[in-house]
Ligand binder design. Sequence first.
Ligand code: NAG
Ligand code: NAG
Ligand code: NAG
Ligand code: NAG
Ligand code: NAG
Ligand code: NAG
Ligand code: NAG
Length: 469
Amino acid sequence: MTLGRCRPFLDLVFLLLLSCLLPSPGQSASKVPFHGVGVDYGQLGNNLPSPETSVELIRSLRASAVKIYDANQTILRALCGSGLVVAVMVPNDLLPSLAANQSAADAWVADNILPFYSTLRLRYLLVGNEILSDFASNSSLWPYLVPSMLRLHQSLRSQSLTRIKVSTTHAMDVLQSSFPPSAGRFRSDIASPIISPMLDFLRRTSSFFFLDAYPYLAWSQNPNSISLDYALFQGNASLNYHDPASGLTYTNLLDQMLDAVAAAMVAEGFPDVRLALTETGWPNAGDLDQIGANVHNAAIYNRNLVRRVAEQRGLRTPARPAAAMPVFIFSLYNENQKPGPGTERHWGLLYPNGTAVYEIDLRGRRPASDYPPLPPATNNQPYTGKLWCVVDGAGGVNETALAAALTFTCGQGNGTCEAIGIGGACFEPNTVTAHANYAFNSYWQQFRSTGGTCYFGGLAVQTTHDPSK
Ligand SMILES: *[C@@H]1O[C@H](CO)[C@@H](O)[C@H](O)[C@H]1NC(C)=O
Ligand SMILES: *[C@@H]1O[C@H](CO)[C@@H](O)[C@H](O)[C@H]1NC(C)=O
Ligand SMILES: *[C@@H]1O[C@H](CO)[C@@H](O)[C@H](O)[C@H]1NC(C)=O
Ligand SMILES: *[C@@H]1O[C@H](CO)[C@@H](O)[C@H](O)[C@H]1NC(C)=O
Ligand SMILES: *[C@@H]1O[C@H](CO)[C@@H](O)[C@H](O)[C@H]1NC(C)=O
Ligand SMILES: *[C@@H]1O[C@H](CO)[C@@H](O)[C@H](O)[C@H]1NC(C)=O
Ligand SMILES: CC(=O)N[C@H]1CO[C@H](CO)[C@@H](O)[C@@H]1O
C-alpha cells in the first residue's frame, strides 16, 4: 500500500488551496478551533463504507470536525480537501516506547503527522484512549501517559507543527466523586501522580482536558433517581438541580457531569484548563434488558445537544459560561464488532449501509418541528420478563466459530456445561448449535449480575423465547 501525503490530484488543488492552506477566517478570532459539532469515526465493524464514502457522509451530516481512533493514513488521505478539523489518536500500545525515547516520538510524528499537516486541518493529537480507566491490563501504561504527551509535544514543536494541541481522552471514572458537581474530585490513585502533571502540561500548552461523557450510562444505571427528561435535555424547571455549594442551577445531566470535572480541576489547582467533549451520544438500540436505548431517545439527545451548541456558540456549562468546548458525537456508524452489551454496537448516527438511523443536522440549525416524526420509545421502563441467551441464527451460523466459543464458554464458571456432557440431561440433540444454546445461556445466567454479556463475539443474542421448549 502506498501511504503518505495527500496526492495532488489536479481537480483537488483548487479546493486544497481554499480549505487547507489558508487559515480559516474564524480561527484567529477564537481559541476554539471549530464551531459546530464533530463526529467520532470508529472502524470496529466489518461492514463499513470506505473512508472516501465515509468522508462524504460526514460532510452530509454537516459535521465540522472528525476524530479517528488512530492515525490511519487511508482515512487521513480521504480527508484531504474536506475542510474538516481532524483529531487523531496515538494507539495505546505505543506509549511505552514513545515515553522512553524522543527519537521514537519524533519518528512517529514524522511518519504520521508531518505528511498531512499542510493539507489537513489537523488540530488535536490524542495520546491513548481512556488509559486511566483501564485497570485490568493497562494500568501498566499509566506511568507512560504524561511522558508520551511531553515527548510528542516536543516533537511537534521541533518540526514546527505548532497548530496541533496534544492531549488524551478520559472517561468519567477518572472522578471519585461527581455529586454535587461542585464536589467533583479526581480519583486519589491518579490525582497527584498523573492528573496534576498532566493539567500542568495542558495549561502550559493551552490544550484541552478531553472527556468522554455519557449521560445515558449515568441515567441507565439509576433510572429511578435521575429523570430521563433531565438526561435528554428536555427537563422543565421542576427537574432543575440546584448545587447548594456553588449556587448554580443545572437544567440537564451533561452540564452536571462536565462541571464535576471542572470542579475537580479547580480542586487540583488548575481552574483555567479548558474542557473538551471528545465523546457523547445515546445508543439507538441495545439488548432486550437494556433500558432506554432506542432511536427515539437517541435522536432527541443528539438533536438537543447540537441545538444547544448552536445556540450557545459552543457548549458552555453553568460553572464555565465563558468557555466554549469543542464537541464530538459518538459515533458515525453502528459498529458491529464492538464487544460488550448490545448498546455498544448501536451508538451510530448512521447504519453501516450509510442510511441515517434518524435525521440530524449537526449544525443544530434545523428546528425540532422540521424533522419527521420519530418512532415511539418502547423500552424506557426496565424490562422485567424472563430472558435467555442463545445462538444468533440470523444470517447463518458459523460452526467453526461456534465450536470454539463453546469450548471457551464451557471452561468458564462452575458446571456451566455439565448438562450437555455425555449422559447429561441436555446432551441430546448432540449438535454444536444445541450445545452452544445451552452453554451461552448457562454462562450468561451465572455471570449476568456481575457484568457478563450475551455477546460471545457476535454469536449470541438475547431472546424472550424459552429455548428448551
Ligand atoms: C486503515 O483504514 C482502512 C479503511 O478502513 C483499512 O482498510 C486499513 O486496514 C486501516 N489501516 C490500518 C493500519 O489500520
Ligand atoms: C529509539 O527509537 C528509535 C526510532 O524508533 C530507534 O531506532 C531506537 O532504537 C530507539 N532507542 C532505544 C534506546 O529504544
Ligand atoms: C415537568 O416535568 C415532570 C417530569 O417530566 C412532569 O411530571 C411535570 O408534569 C412537568 N411539569 C410541567 C409544568 O410541565
Ligand atoms: C440500511 O440498513 C438499515 C438497518 O439495517 C435498513 O433498515 C435499511 O433499509 C437499509 N437501507 C438501505 C438503503 O439498504
Ligand atoms: C468462521 O469462523 C472462523 C473462526 O472464527 C473463521 O476463521 C472463518 O473465517 C469463519 N467463516 C466464515 C464463513 O465467516
Ligand atoms: C466456583 O465455585 C467456587 C466455590 O463456590 C468459587 O470459589 C469460585 O469462585 C467459583 N468459580 C467461578 C469461576 O465462578
Ligand atoms: C483498551 C486497550 O488499549 N486495551 C489493551 C490493553 O493491553 C492489552 C495487552 O497489552 C491489549 O491487548 C489491549 O488492546
